[in-house]
Design a protein around this ligand. Structure first.
Ligand SMILES: [Zn+2]
Length: 368
């Protein structure tokens, strides 16, 4: 035990009490549970204080982040109308919704790799839930926003045409623009693409004796995207409609793709799943990597039980109570955020739903 006494977590304290203090004092191994210890801590005058850094990170109150969070939560609430819900003490009662004719049931999902998505996740989902539409939720890591190698991305082009073809293969799929009613295909450099669309301000600048700078150097374009050729091309409809490759794969397969709001992991139930498994692994840790590796599947299964094979060869799926509780808890936050309440109101609203857990007296709060 290397942690200083005043910095020990309740898990570390339990290990110390059971493995050092009780054996030394009584000569037998200790068996004090975490909840008993928590009650004693309370009795001894210790307070449980939520460490906000566990959940929030700098930037979570930025206006654009809050606006995205609300818009996302509002869209999620619309989708929730097409999803199952869970009730009962053990979350074992599945409440299926009456769907309007032709509306597919929607099932939540989450994954992170393009190949895994195409080869495994989408086919697996379609096998498990035939006729249903999936919502694939990704976090906002930058590789989740990556573009396909042939995507229409202006910043991958150069101004002139000549280097556009590498080994005579176009490095970018052809774009299009409308000439009257006709769709015209292009595979050119920025200048030719713009001039082919009767755009570009080279002549205008030249007449004024000035030079239209190739790259303005700003991250965002000016209001009408005339600051430079690259921003002007980026604002063209075909370049604007170019999706990143994850949404492209999901939407091409007829499913829904969404990105979690930044900094709001309380709306992401997979984070709660990892959190639950981590809490068990901390309680049962013996500080050996080999045992952690051996025990990890069982820690995960205790949060979301795997199917059990029965003697007759059939499989029994125990109710995944904890996962369903996490699921419902996330939805409470999403619902609160969809109504654009502030931070304090959101927590009060969620606490009201979950006050049941604080009713037992002498019990200090459990980490959210
Ligand atoms: Zn610009």
């Amino acid at each position: 035990m290397t942690t200083k006494p005043e910095k020990r977590s309740i898990q570390e304290l339990a290990i110390r009490v059971n493995m050092v203090i009780i054996p030394q004092a009584l000569g037998v191994p200790g068996n004090i549970s975490m909840s008993v210890l928590r009650n004693y801590m309370h009795e001894w005058g210790f307070m449980y204080r939520r460490h906000k850094k566990d959940i929030y990170f700098d930037g979570h109150e930025r206006l654009d982040v809050v606006a995205y969070r609300q818009e996302w939560a509002y869209e999620m609430m619309k989708l929730k109308k097409f999803m199952d819900n869970y009730e009962g003490e053990e979350e074992d009662v599945v409440v299926s919704l009456e769907l309007p004719d032709g509306a597919p049931k929607i099932v939540m999902n989450s994954d992170n790799l393009h190949k895994q998505l195409i080869d495994d996740a989408i086919p697996l989902f379609e096998n498990l839930h035939p006729g249903c539409q999936a919502v694939f939720l990704f976090d906002q890591s930058s590789n989740h926003h990556a573009y396909a190698s042939d995507a229409l991305v202006a910043s991958r082009l150069i101004l002139s045409d000549k280097d556009l073809f590498a080994d005579k293969e176009p490095i970018m799929k052809e774009g299009w623009y409308m000439d009257g009613n006709k769709r015209v295909w292009t595979a050119l450099g920025v200048q030719s693409i713009l001039e082919g669309r009767s755009l570009g301000l080279w002549d205008k600048y030249k007449k004024e004796g000035k030079y239209w700078k190739t790259k303005c150097g700003e991250k965002e374009p000016n209001d009408d995207a005339t600051c430079c050729p690259f921003h002007m091309l980026e604002a063209q409809p075909d370049f604007k409609e170019q999706k990143c490759k994850l949404p492209e794969a999901v939407e091409d397969a007829g499913h829904i793709c969404m990105f979690y709001p930044k900094y709001y992991c309380e709306t992401n139930w997979i984070e709660r799943y990892w959190g639950g498994a981590k809490a068990i692994s901390r309680q049962e840790c013996n500080y050996s990597f080999a045992s952690l590796r051996n025990n990890l599947p069982s820690f995960l299964n205790r949060i979301s039980p795997a199917p059990i094979e029965l003697e007759d060869g059939s499989a029994f799926q125990p109710t995944p109570t904890k996962i369903r509780q996490f699921y419902k808890r996330c939805w409470r936050y999403i619902e609160a955020y969809s109504e654009l309440k502030d931070e304090k109101e959101n927590h009060e609203l969620v606490a009201k739903f979950t006050s049941r857990r604080f009713l037992s007296h002498r019990r200090t709060g459990v980490h959210d």
